[in-house]
Design a protein. Structure first.
Length: 331
């Protein structure tokens, strides 16, 4: 049973969720942080960007109680070949709405700068909200380790998840060819890359019905407005190889700059706040989609910055409902 009086540390120490608890924020030891000793309500009151993590953990407990919720994407043998695959997984959080079986499912990719994966804020609580709107949700914990071509590997993780869903679509009560992607920040970049030639076409998988990029990073060229390759340090160069497998200047001319390769995008609902340093990326993506006559909804909240997660306590609260209702209105 979920006890709202318990601290984050106590809630994440519950043995029922032992498989995923270490990846509440992947590659980040929360037990060493002040948040570990706070209750979800205290975190919501003191750190609005965390969103309603109590609701997310409660939803995770409910799923864990069914005994069927956690799906590793790579075998032990595959993980032994590449340790970066270890604990890459998919969480199944079905809606109890009887109509959910007839709707597309949502594949959710939390953000984290390709260093972490913030399931705690941009995964579990957001999935709970989409569940309440009548949508089955799968949360992807993708790779953030490794030394080369990480984004390419993350696209492979998405393909793995979708193929597993296809394999078990009757069990999951979904149609594998009907899905919506939703991603935050780095996860927003990932789902946008999925819409380019590097994504679903390359893997021979169906096109999403829609995408919901939330404060996404999408344009290398926009990020490089003041870029001077002569100022790159060795660390910068290593990071470019880690992410793209090539120098940044080369990556800019590839689908890694997804707005320049947006012809295959599905309809998109994009969300950001006015004070977000990545707001220009959201605007640029919307502009490119409009020029291509691809249905697009851009919502910019009047105040706040990066990382509003499920929107609780912010001016953009309720964005998940507006996203799915917009999608449903496309029909």
């Amino acid at each position: 049973m979920f006890d709202e009086r318990k601290t984050l540390g106590e809630l994440l120490s519950d043995p029922r969720i032992a498989k995923i608890a270490p990846d509440a924020i992947r590659n980040r030891d929360l037990s060493r942080e002040e948040a570990w000793g706070k209750t979800p309500k205290q975190l919501l009151d003191e750190y609005v960007f965390f969103g309603d993590i109590g609701r997310g953990i409660r939803r995770l407990y409910d799923a864990a109680d069914t005994g069927d919720w956690y799906y590793p994407l790579y075998s032990d043998a595959e993980c032994a070949e590449d340790e970066a695959r270890r604990n890459v997984n998919m969480i199944w959080l079905p809606s109890d709405d009887p109509g959910a079986d007839g709707r597309p499912f949502i594949l959710l990719a939390p953000g984290g700068g390709f260093v972490n994966v913030w399931n705690l804020t941009e995964g579990w609580p957001v999935a709970a909200q989409f569940n309440s709107e009548g949508y089955h949700v799968f949360i992807l914990t993708y790779q953030v380790d490794g030394e080369e071509k990480l984004l390419e590997k993350d696209l492979g993780d998405m393909a793995r998840a979708l193929r597993l869903i296809k394999e078990k679509e009757e069990h999951f009560h979904v149609r594998a060819d009907r899905y919506i992607t939703c991603g935050f920040s780095a996860g927003g970049m990932l789902i946008c890359l999925w819409n380019t030639e590097m994504g679903y076409p390359a893997f021979g998988l169906p096109k999403p019905q829609a995408s919901f990029p939330v404060y996404p990073f999408v344009s290398l060229k926009l990020a490089a407005a003041d870029y001077n390759p002569e100022e790159d340090t060795e660390e910068d160069e290593r990071e470019d190889i880690r992410l793209y497998g090539c120098p940044f200047a080369e990556a800019m001319e590839t689908p890694y700059d997804s707005p320049e390769h947006a012809e295959g995008f599905p309809p998109c609902a994009i969300f950001a706040l006015a004070g977000d340093e990545l707001l220009g990326h959201a605007k640029l993506l919307a502009e490119k989609l409009e020029k291509l006559d691809i249905p697009c909804r851009l919502e910019i909240g009047p105040e706040g910055g990066h990382g509003f997660a499920d929107g609780t306590g912010t001016c953009i609260a309720g964005w998940t409902e507006r996203a799915v209702r917009w999608y449903e209105g496309l029909k």
